[in-house]
Design a binder for this molecule. Structure first.
Ligand code: ADP
Length: 347
């Protein structure tokens, strides 16, 4: 990605700049200390020579010796500068490589997030286009029909309404996904009895449960969790919705909760179509749907529910997993800390 490449380049320059400034300061300090020592040595030797009592005929030698000392000092100074230059050049090369690697590492999570965002946008656009394309082609065909009967028109409108319902369903899912992208609002965090979460989630699906003659068993005592009520109801509701969606009529769904230690374990078990082992690693990914033909309600769903559920569980510092046998049913299990201390919460 171009933007990441340019950010890597800029960050490399920043890191390298910092390294070179430090190296420059270090070299300057080293130079000052070494040169002071060298010149102090030279001065000491020069003074010693000056003080040496010499016969008059050797006096020019004293002069020559002093000049040699000055030359030696100049030579040492050049050598010192050369060494420091080589050191800085090596720092530039090694520092450049290290800065680049460090920049790549620093920006990797951002690059991954951008890639995921790009994939998500592409998937979402694709899902949005499908119902729109269906509506457009139905309307075009109907418009080409010279003598459209009112019955045909009604059928067309009904079909369009179904596509609109799908779009609403999808945009609702996308909105919920966006809502849970942020962290929890600490002021909303409260102690919530799991039984209440179950009751609110069941309320949302009561009609479908009755229509499909699905028997619901609830087993929850006085367990309570700390968290955001609306999100946790949404979580149970998603799992219950799936349990109903992927189960045959007249089957049984069981919601249960129990506390073990500081963890509340919630499970939603059904006797539905089950999930193939090969699909399980992916079902919590956005837009992932296992083989649709196995489900009763073929159209319902965009593969967003479980990714939202996973996000809600993550926001509550918990864990979600599934056990499933194709043809026999699935059990989704959630573990949530009973008393998680949320930052800034009033609890
Ligand atoms: P959706 O149900 O909208 O397709 P989800 O993210 O909720 O999306 O689920 C992803 C996939 O996981 C579903 O398409 C389905 O194949 C599978 N799945 C989820 N829950 C169940 C369940 N209780 N029984 C069988 N399959 C399930």
């Amino acid at each position: 990605m171009k933007i990441v490449q340019s950010a890597t380049f800029k960050l490399t320059l920043w890191y390298l700049g910092i390294i070179m400034v430090l190296s420059g300061l270090f070299s300057f300090a080293l130079y000052s200390v070494s040169y002071t020592q060298l010149s102090a040595n030279a001065v000491r030797q020069r003074n010693a020579i000056q003080r040496l009592p010499l016969p008059l005929n050797l006096e020019p030698n004293r002069q020559a010796f002093t000049t040699a000392l000055d030359n030696q000092l100049a030579e040492d100074q050049r050598y010192l500068i050369l060494q420091l230059l080589v050191l800085n050049l090596a720092t530039l090369l090694v520092g450049g490589a290290a800065s680049y690697l460090l920049s790549v590492r620093t920006l990797k999570p951002i690059e991954d997030a951008m890639e995921a965002q790009g994939r998500f946008t592409a998937d979402a656009s694709h899902e949005l286009r499908t119902p729109l394309t269906a509506m457009r082609s139905e309307i075009e065909v109907a418009l080409r029909e010279k003598q459209l009967t009112s019955g045909e028109a009604r059928l067309l409108l009904k079909s369009n309404l179904e596509e609109i319902a799908k779009l609403e369903n999808l945009s609702g899912g996308l909105l919920r996904l966006a809502r849970f992208e942020n962290s929890l609002d600490a002021s909303e965090v409260a102690r919530i009895p799991v039984r209440e979460l179950f009751e609110e989630a069941i309320d949302r699906h009561q009609a479908r449960l009755s229509n499909r003659h699905i028997e619901l068993e609830v087993a929850a005592e006085n367990e309570a969790v700390t968290g955001d009520r609306a999100s946790l109801v949404e979580l149970v509701s998603i799992l219950l919705d799936n349990a109903i969606k992927y189960s045959p009529d007249k089957s049984k769904v069981k919601l249960s909760a129990r506390k073990s230690g500081q963890i509340v374990r919630i499970s939603v078990a059904d006797q539905g179509v089950g999930i193939n082992a090969s699909d399980i690693p992916f079902i919590f990914h956005r837009f992932y749907r296992a083989d649709r033909s196995r489900s009763k309600e073929v159209v319902d769903g965009y593969g967003l529910g479980l990714s939202i559920a996973k996000r809600i569980v993550d926001l509550h510092h918990g864990d979600i997993s599934v056990d499933s046998t194709p043809g026999n049913g699935s059990t989704f299990r959630i573990k949530i800390p009973a008393n998680y201390q949320f930052k800034n919460s009033a609890l």
